[in-house]
Design a protein around this ligand. Sequence first.
Ligand SMILES: [Zn+2]
Length: 368
Amino acid sequence: MALPLGAPPRIALKSRERGSPQVDPGYHLMELPTKVLIGDGVISKLGDFVKDSAGGRRVVVASGFNVATKVRRAVEAALPLEPIWVEVAAADTENVARVMKAAAESGCIIGVGGGKSVDVGKLAAFRLHLPFYSVPTSASHDGISSPFASLRGLDRPYSLMAKPPLGILADIDVIASAPRRLLASGCGDLVSKLTAVKDWELAHRVTGEYFGSYSASLALMSANTVLDNSRSIGTFSKDSVRELVEALISTGVAAGIAGSSRPCSGSEHLFSHYLDRLAPEKGLHGEKCGIGTIMMAKLHRLEWKRVRTALKNVGAPVEASQVGVGDSMVIEALTEASTIRPDRYTILSARRLTRESAALLAKSTGVI
Ligand SMILES: [Zn+2]
């Protein structure tokens, strides 16, 4: 999520929301989604899906302004009682408070939409100790299943720890009709697990931080879904959209098993978060992570050209100019991104790029 430049307002976070401590205590909590319903037309089963949590009460639906009338009607038709709709204008604490107020008497919260409504609903449910259900209408990033929520206006530009959704209902009919740009952005968030996992391994070697090879492999499998099948995924047929959604759900599960965002978010995410600061509203999260992955893959001596080709095949941007980000911003993000989260050791902490080496990296990979 974008964070404006300048001093953001300080908002107190609960200690759980700050995420894992810098010092590994030798244990961690795994929290996972309990059920996933995926397929064509499953939105009509939403009432049954949330029945146990709703317990005969009205439920709160946090949605975006742009949720299609068709989806809105389908949600209303599927629920036994008329839901309380809260339209989420932005992913910020004000909207979290609005959803919490509306949900005080309800049995659960459902987030219907893209990023913002799912993030806001997830955090509101976490703070109220209510079950949360995610009903994505696009597949642009892995927040649909992860235990994290991205919010604006905090003292940091990266995600808060919350809880994973209790259930995810992914209607492929609905998601496959999302704009292609959003689906391609989801592919960018998926390939980013390649360098996130490499950064995690590096941190384990250098700092002794916990590394979970199982969750790392799971995240890599999701990245390979795009890297190995980019041409077929890029058709965004119903079958390929289903694969994309399953891979995104799986990365959220990988984070749940790791007990942190480590398998899903490394130097490429820090690069994307830094661009959020420099150029709010430019490019989608997954698009910026994809571009970052090309460069971080080169730093890690991975097959960066393969990443670039896969992104091109799915129609995701591979050059900064395609998302309206200038060369100087890319160079600044490469040299400064590691400062926004000093506790997250990555290849950018190890290499400490100068402006010259950053420019060379970005030029040699075709990003600028
Ligand atoms: Zn991401």
